[in-house]
Design a protein around this ligand. Structure first.
Ligand code: WTA
Length: 653
């Protein structure tokens, strides 16, 4: 057994790497944390002045009067697209901003100057052809192609608020988000390529817009050239319109707290929340974490394999890398096609220096191509990152040894859609790392594990992962629902009687003060790193006319981290005639309501569910049954305790 399987083993940073790192050792890390502790506003104000290109300087660092509604860098004016593009033109105009590789291996390099022209033209198109104004909401439903990044930055340039919907979501899910955001424009593509075959997005948009819709215009990027339907007066070809646009569009002057984007994410109710991020605080932390956590240098090439539909794609494919003037790789395809050596082939070819992916991808690549990394020259790699779910020691070990040749730092970055950027993570030149451990809060982030009384959790005791002071890239609101914002994140946990930001995750300190994230404490599960509300899946399944009741829980899954397990009670007069057919029919409803990412791994048709006398479903028991664990909880308070054994027996069969 390798030593790495012993979780306690500590790996010191690579000496050579540390020499040139931005944060070189734990003393420097501690000095930054101390500086933030001693003068919190001075710390953040200093970085905001140094890092951001201001059109007008801010007058106050933080206005906390209406906590948890906090304003940062009050009075300042800027534009995020200027931070990401214009300010680089004097020194980096011919540097690659985006390196694109298509599914089929087609390649494209977009320099900062080209990015500037493309984004300006895109901005003019939205403004002049579609009448998009500051504050309007624009939905982006796109594949992983450079135009998705242009669309985001074009919105930022004219002050429109973009809301990206992941391309795997169904028409129904897209429609809900369009309506909640009250968007007037959708930017999409005919489709794209996956595993050498075209797939389609535009027909999904057509379906989402059938019936009443606030959407007036649809812009279609023609990527795969497949036949699509065009609705006259509503649908326009990007490829046509862009040709006629001026290459200069004055950036809108934005307040620090003008919204930059919404991103819908799952919570504990059936309805996703539109997480709002604003301009200055978000872009500042996106840039600072790129510099500190990935330590990208001027000539480096950085690749994050996420999709722009998730927060990781926002902060660490587009905004963070471009804000710091880095070269960011965008990949349309899947990591296992044509084989599980694809990412390593790309690392060799582009001489990638930082590689950032999800534990699910690492597990798949390990399983399908254990020996693939050895076939390629991966010597350019310096930092390897993981995100989105807890990583297990075997996957960590393979990543560290086979991919990183035991010389690269692994940054296990812990954060969420709501935090805008990393909050707990190793620093590659400073932090001695332990397998599968997010280690310490980043400088300036007052992250702490608290118990239910708001005291610091004891070593080895599970507690709640919290942040005790607001920070610049913190969520600013849930779109259209102030109460939900306050209730979801502030109030459950208090420190010294005052509410703190609660992430929804459990975590634990070890004897050295290292933080390990233990997973969600609410009804949110992490399927392949995709965040999924069990209530959302339940709401979808309930739409099937035969379903009386349903309870969805997460179950450990070898590859996906967690799989979806649904306990379903059918209406009494509809007994399960044909289970296979029933499963198929329910899957169809899930596909229609949410999309393939929410398909269940297991469905069990049960005669009832374990409920308290007040009718609350005891999910804890269902989670234990799904895992095949002995039931040790007290079940005497259940309305019908016998149901527990009945369900457990059904599963054993
Ligand atoms: C989980 C993704 C363990 C966590 C950036 C969090 C993690 C949720 C890690 C957010 C990590 C993220 N270790 N768990 N390094 N990173 N998570 O909003 O449960 O899609 O609350 O943001 O992913 O998912 P989201």
């Amino acid at each position: 057994m390798s030593q790495i399987e012993n979780k306690k083993q500590v790996f010191k940073p690579n000496r050579e790497f540390a020499k040139d790192a931005r944060i070189k050792n734990m003393c420097e890390y501690q000095a930054l944390q101390d500086a933030a502790n001693e003068d919190y506003e001075g710390f953040w104000g200093g970085y905001a002045k140094e890092k951001l290109e201001w059109m007008e300087p801010f007058t106050d660092v933080m206005d906390n009067k209406n906590f948890p509604f906090v304003n940062w860098f009050v009075g300042g004016k800027l534009n995020v697209s200027v931070q990401c593009i214009d300010r680089h033109l004097s020194s980096r105009k011919n540097k690659a901003a985006i390196i694109f590789e298509g599914d089929r291996g087609d390649k494209k390099i977009i320099t900062y100057l080209e990015l500037y022209y493309n984004v300006n033209q895109f901005a003019n198109l939205l403004k002049n052809e579609f009448g998009v104004k500051k504050g309007d909401r624009v939905i982006i439903y796109m594949p992983m192609i450079p135009e998705a990044a242009y669309a985001m930055l074009a919105c930022a340039r004219i002050g429109a608020i973009h809301s990206i919907v992941f391309g795997g979501f169904s028409a129904e899910a897209l429609k809900d988000r369009i309506e909640d955001a009250d968007a007037k424009v959708v930017i999409t593509a005919d489709g794209a390529f996956r595993k050498d075959k075209p797939y389609m997005l535009k027909p999904v948009v057509d379906e989402a817009l059938s019936g009443n819709t606030p959407v007036e215009k649809v812009l279609v990027v023609e990527r795969n050239g497949e036949d699509i339907t065009w609705v006259a007066g509503r649908d326009y070809s990007y490829n046509e319109l862009i040709k006629h646009q001026n290459t200069k569009c004055e950036p809108e002057v934005m307040e620090s707290e003008d919204p930059l984007f919404l991103l819908y994410t799952s919570g504990s109710t059936g309805k996703p929340k539109g997480v709002q991020h604003n301009s200055a605080g978000y872009i500042l932390w996106a840039q600072m974490t790129m510099e500190w956590v990935f330590d990208v240098k001027e000539n480096d090439t950085y690749w994050c394999t996420a999709d722009v539909g998730w927060i990781t794609g926002h902060t660490y494919i587009v905004y963070g890398p471009l804000a710091m003037g880095a070269t960011t790789v965008m990949f349309e395809g899947v990591p296992t096609y044509p084989d599980a050596g694809r990412p390593w082939k790309m690392v060799e070819e582009y001489k990638i220096n930082q590689f950032y992916t999800a534990p699910t991808a690492i597990r798949v690549l390990h399983k399908m191509g254990e020996n693939e990394p050895a076939k390629y020259d991966l010597s350019s790699l310096k930092v390897l990152g993981t995100v989105g779910e807890p990583i297990d020691p075997p996957a960590w070990k393979w990543y560290y040894e086979a991919v990183g040749s035991s010389k690269c730092a692994i940054v296990d970055t812990y954060w969420q859609t709501e935090t805008g950027g990393h909050i707990v993570s190793p620093l590659p030149g400073a932090t001695p790392i332990k397998p599968a451990c997010a280690t310490f809060p980043l400088p300036g982030i007052m992250a702490e594990i608290l118990d239910e009384h708001g005291n610091r959790a004891e070593v080895g005791e599970k507690g709640f992962m919290c942040v005790t002071r607001p920070w610049p890239s913190m969520i600013r609101g849930v779109w259209g629902d102030k109460d939900r914002f306050v209730k979801s994140y502030f109030g459950d946990v208090k420190k010294d009687g005052l509410p703190v930001y609660f992430t929804g995750d459990g975590a634990m300190y070890d004897e050295d003060g290292y933080i390990t994230i233990t997973g969600r404490t609410d009804d949110v599960i992490n399927v392949s790193g995709h965040r999924m509300g069990t209530a959302e899946v339940e709401a979808a399944i309930k739409k099937h006319p035969n379903v009386a009741e349903v309870a969805v829980v997460g179950k450990p899954h070898e590859i996906k981290g967690e799989g979806i397990f649904a306990y379903i009670v059918l209406k009494s007069d509809k007994g399960v005639a044909d289970e296979v057919e029933e499963v198929k029919a329910i899957n169809k409803v899930i596909l229609k309501e949410i999309g393939a990412i929410a398909l269940c791994d297991d469905m069990l048709f049960t005669p009832g569910l374990p409920k308290t006398r007040s009718g609350k479903i005891m999910r804890r028991i269902l989670r234990s049954i799904a895992k095949g664990e002995e039931i040790t909880q007290d079940i005497s308070t259940l309305e019908d305790p016998s149901i527990v054994q009945i369900i457990a027996n059904m599963l054993k069969k």
